[in-house]
Design a protein around this ligand. Structure first.
Ligand SMILES: Nc1ncnc2c1ncn2[C@@H]1O[C@H](COP(=O)(O)OP(=O)(O)OP(=O)(O)O)[C@@H](O)[C@H]1O
Ligand SMILES: [Mg+2]
Length: 287
């Protein structure tokens, strides 16, 4: 669906993206993760043909991004920020404008509002919407023309956990419908939950590009098992065969309340890859 090869971009001599390369398959949710200023929005602008780049290759729908036709563009939906809403117009009238721009029937408005959970708010002026409702109206705008490829630049930024979960559900429904989704976020937990694959972007360089679970397993240096016993005691033991008998005995005796392996979170991996110190290793019981 998207192929990006050795892309460089600089602004006034300052390199912002450096040798970016990845492929995104049909129906995948691909997450681009990185701190503020890493180059996420710049990359979305390049992939959607809004910004020229210095060198490299970008193809979308198997075509050079500069050669996309009007029809191809109708298959792309972009949510870059939560602006561009007509404040005085109702949700329905906002969507009518976008339907007309994309040559889509107004009949789609009702089902699109329903899809983002704004069915009851159709006649509300945009200016009266809460932050979460506004975010969902922006998503509705992206979905109006039923694009196959969707770019979402920090769609849940600044939203409360409940609205965030609603938006995650909407994104996952779009994946079920067969859409390919390119998502940027600062939120590693969100990325882990939603994305088939994530690329970690740091200062314009992709430092890892894999399935979230695979990344966490790859950077599991500690290889320990954490036990919380019913006595209230916490134990950390090596993740190796000689621990098995001991864990077995504790399990048989009903002494274990919880048991976890020690893979790091994406957040911890990111800290490691971007050169910041890992948290101090926890004390580990050895046999
Ligand atoms: N039009 C521009 N002119 C000059 N510099 C720019 C321009 N657009 C972006 N930059 C610079 O490129 C770098 C990357 O910016 P970008 O907006 O892509 O980061 P980001 O990862 O999206 O950050 P955030 O998470 O804050 O949205 C920043 O240093 C920014 O100042
Ligand atoms: Mg950005």
């Amino acid at each position: 669906m998207i192929r990006c090869n050795d892309v460089y971009k600089s602004f006034s001599g300052k390199t912002v993206l450096s040798g970016i390369g990845f492929d995104i398959g049909d129906g995948e949710i691909f997450g681009l993760l990185g701190p503020s200023g890493a180059g996420k929005t710049t990359l979305i602008k390049i992939l959607t043909g809004q910004l020229e780049f210095d060198s490299g290759e970008v193809s979308v729908f198997d075509k050079d991004v500069s050669a996309l036709s009007g029809e191809d563009r109708k298959n792309i939906g972009i949510m870059m920020d939560q602006f561009g809403v007509y404040e005085r117009l109702s949700c329905i009238d906002n969507l009518k404008i976008f339907a007309d721009i994309y040559g889509v029937s107004h009949d789609r408005i009702k089902s699109t509002l329903e899809q983002v959970g704004l069915k009851e708010a159709g006649n509300k002026p945009a200016s009266t919407l809460s932050k979460g409702m506004r975010a969902r109206l922006c998503l509705a705008r992206v979905f109006m023309h039923a694009p196959k490829l969707i770019f979402l630049d920090e769609p849940t930024s600044g939203l409360d956990p409940q609205t965030m979960r609603q938006i995650h559900k909407i994104i996952l429904e779009k994946k079920k419908e067969g859409c390919t989704i390119f998502l940027t976020t600062h939120n590693m937990e969100e990325a882990h939950k939603l994305c088939d694959r994530v690329a970690l972007l740091n200062e314009g360089v992709i430092v890892e590009n894999e399935a979230p679970d695979k990344i966490c397993r790859k950077y599991n240096h500690q290889k320990t098992i954490k036990l919380h016993l019913s006595s209230g005691e916490d134990l950390i033991i090596p993740h190796e065969s000689k621990s098995a008998e001991w864990i077995g005995r504790l399990l048989a005796a009903g002494s274990i309340e919880t048991i976890h392996s020690s893979e790091p979170t994406l957040e911890t991996v990111f800290l490691e890859l971007t050169g910041r110190k890992l948290e101090e290793d926890e004390a580990c019981i050895t046999f």
